[in-house]
Design a protein around this ligand. Structure first.
Ligand SMILES: Cc1cc2nc3c(=O)[nH]c(=O)nc-3n(C[C@H](O)[C@H](O)[C@H](O)COP(=O)(O)OP(=O)(O)OC[C@H]3O[C@@H](n4cnc5c(N)ncnc54)[C@H](O)[C@@H]3O)c2cc1C
Length: 368
């Protein structure tokens, strides 16, 4: 456990998290950003297509300017690559305190602080700002600990020389497979890549299918496993964490099921099974959300759950604030005793300006 108690622990180093960090830095609040990716702005790096222009968009009715001008995308749109490069320089120049490759897991209440539990140990803070965006990777929902499964591929060469399992039936899974097949071909590795999907058919666009077909014709060794379901995570006799995936099942009349399964070391598995909104995380953290009853919400659909926040973005868990993409496109705002849906467009502008108001609120609460 890190012994220091920070004024503010910030989860996620995107526009919302970094703006919070910069403002804490300016107002002499001690802080630390915990980012799961290899670098800051990992959410943007992962989700924007290469060469995409970044626009300094503002909601039509927004009165405020960008409250942290330093992180505002330029008026003349630039590519995502140059925006990321600019932000990297800014972070280095300001010497912002960031730890990367740290996965946020949980929050525990202490007598006068909060403990943030992560993959790299525990951190203590007086306040916690959740700014982890809206793209939360889906979990495999198998028994046991499947956390060692990769969610994407940053270095395809890591999979050369081993039999790899890719789970997921869409373009992301196909892209990962193409990259691994290419790396294996260049290294003359003939080990198979297994491609498993729960449905009976795969669903990729024409351009991706063409690139995949090309890799297969150039010698790519791929085995398709349609209708396959990951079932359990287990530890084998040698202490290796493994993932067991059922590849077919036979129901018998005597009630005993027969099935074939394959077992892969978790480190050979990549699960490209998409992302989900943050509601399951709010549930885990006991942060209250409210379902939109018929006709109550204009943006969210009937039955959809929205996180409940004060006008200062504090959640029902005292000292825990939520900002940015994590509360878009709308949340439930408590205002002078009433609760109503509040529009919150998913933009860099809203992420930055949320940070401004949250730091103001925290400064006042901490008496700084
Ligand atoms: C394709 C695309 C194009 C867009 N174009 C524009 C545009 O031109 N202009 C504009 O204003 N907006 C645009 N947006 C929206 C904009 O990118 C988002 O509104 C903004 O990134 C939200 O910022 P954020 O900091 O809340 O979340 P994010 O940018 O998602 O940052 C969240 C960070 O938290 C990290 N994280 C997630 N989970 C954890 C965890 N468990 N532990 C630790 N860290 C974690 C992530 O790695 C990420 O770095 C676009 C969005 C997309 C998808």
């Amino acid at each position: 456990m890190n012994k220091k108690t920070y004024d503010v622990l910030i989860i996620g180093g995107g526009p919302a998290g970094l703006s919070t960090a910069y403002l804490c830095h300016k107002h002499a609040l001690s802080y630390l950003v915990l980012e799961s990716g290899k670098a800051i702005f990992q959410g943007i790096a992962n989700s924007y297509p290469a060469g995409k222009m970044v626009y300094p968009s503002k909601p039509k009715d927004a009165a405020d300017p960008f409250m942290v001008d330093e992180l505002r995308p330029p008026d003349k749109p630039v590519t995502v690559e140059s925006y990321l490069q600019y932000v990297q320089h800014f972070v280095q120049h300001e010497n912002l305190a960031i730890q990367t490759e740290v996965d946020f897991e949980d929050i525990k209440d202490e007598r006068d602080s909060l403990t943030v539990v992560t993959s790299k140990g525990n951190f203590k803070g007086r306040k916690v700002v959740l700014s982890f965006g809206s793209n939360i990777p889906r979990e495999l929902s198998v028994y046991g600990d499947a956390k060692m499964v990769a969610k994407n591929v940053d270095d395809a060469a890591k999979y050369v020389g081993i039999k790899t399992l890719v789970i997921g039936g869409g373009n992301t899974a196909a892209d990962v497979i193409i990259n691994i097949l290419k790396a294996k071909r260049e290294a003359k590795d003939t080990n198979s890549v297994y491609w498993a999907h729960m449905a009976e058919t795969f669903d990729v666009n024409k351009e991706t299918a063409q690139r995949l077909g090309e890799e297969i014709l150039l010698g790519g060794n791929i085995r398709l496993l349609p209708g396959a379901t990951p079932r359990i995570g287990e530890v084998d006799d040698e202490g290796v964490d493994r993932l067991v995936i059922r590849i077919n099942e036979f129901k018998q009349s005597d009630g005993i099921d027969l099935y074939h399964a394959m077992s892969f070391p978790m480190q050979n598995v990549i699960a490209c099974i998409g992302s989900q909104g943050p509601i399951p995380i709010f549930d885990k953290l006991s942060i209250q959300s409210i379902a939109c009853a018929a006709g109550v919400c204009k943006i969210a659909k009937d039955g959809e759950r929205l996180v409940l926040l004060t006008s200062e973005y504090e959640s029902t868990r005292k000292g825990v604030y939520v900002i940015g993409g994590a509360i878009s496109p709308s949340y439930m705002k408590i205002n002078e005793g009433s609760i109503a849906e509040e529009r919150h467009p998913n933009l860099i502008y809203t992420a930055i300006n949320d940070a401004y108001y949250v730091v103001q609120a925290i400064k006042t609460k901490l008496g700084k």
